[in-house]
Design a protein around this ligand. Structure first.
Ligand code: MG
Ligand code: ZN
Length: 220
């Protein structure tokens, strides 16, 4: 058992080096990039699906989807208007790592895009430990998951640059105390940029779209 921690540290530092290479590649192409993380079912793919039509004609978007199996999510992204959609099947791994993203980037001419959206594998634990090299990390929380998630998964809430709170249309039907949730978030990640929205009704999506557009436009 004593060798376990050094081995994990070695894997993580190798990952960080490749993440830096990915970052340099993305940055030199002038693309703004985000890594979307969440529990399964929080609405990562739905958010991408609602985002793409709203960026149509404004930004050229590539989507890289990580899943344990299937290409369902990349198919949905392509259908929603992504100029490129690449599926990474992790073959059982419960997170994306920098090597997996690198292999996806090798299939893209990044200079042809303004925005790169990476959808991580649904998981609230280890994706937080594996940097990919994107500019911003985004956590999608959702009302049905419950208001205790920041307390139970602090590692994920601590590290992200932005927090989407999806499915706010369900607030009248679910005992979710927003002030309790937000107190938990503030302790871990004070002042984190927060986007309450509903992918179903479209409420709040305009603010999210504005944020993406601003960042992607500044890269040009
Ligand atoms: Mg998905
Ligand atoms: Zn994992």
């Amino acid at each position: 058992m004593t060798t376990r921690v050094p081995v994990v540290e070695k894997i993580l530092s190798a990952n960080d080096r490749i993440a830096e290479e990915n970052h340099a590649r993305i940055e030199s192409a002038g693309v703004f990039s985000i890594n979307i993380m969440a529990a399964p079912g929080a609405g990562k793919t739905s958010l991408i699906e609602q985002t793409l039509p709203r960026l149509k004609g404004k930004l050229r978007v590539a989507v890289v989807d990580g899943d344990i199996a299937t290409s369902i999510d990349a198919d949905r992204a392509a259908k929603a208007g992504a100029q490129a959609a690449i599926q990474i099947n992790t073959g059982g791994d419960c997170h994306l790592d920098a090597i997996m993203l690198r292999s996806a980037l090798e299939q893209l001419d990044l200079t042809q895009f303004d925005l790169l959206i990476v959808e991580n594998v649904g998981n609230l634990v280890c994706p937080a430990s594996f940097k990919l090299g994107t500019h911003k990390s985004v956590l999608v929380a959702s009302i049905p998951e419950g208001d205790d998630k920041p307390y139970k998964y602090p590692g994920m809430y601590r590290g992200v640059d932005a927090l989407v709170i999806n499915k706010i249309d369900l607030l009248p039907y679910i005992p979710f105390k927003m002030d309790y949730f937000e107190r938990g978030v503030q302790v871990l990640n004070p002042g984190v940029l927060t986007f309450p929205l509903s992918c179903r009704t479209g409420e709040g999506l305009d603010v999210w779209i504005e944020w993406l557009t601003q960042h992607a436009t500044h890269k040009k």
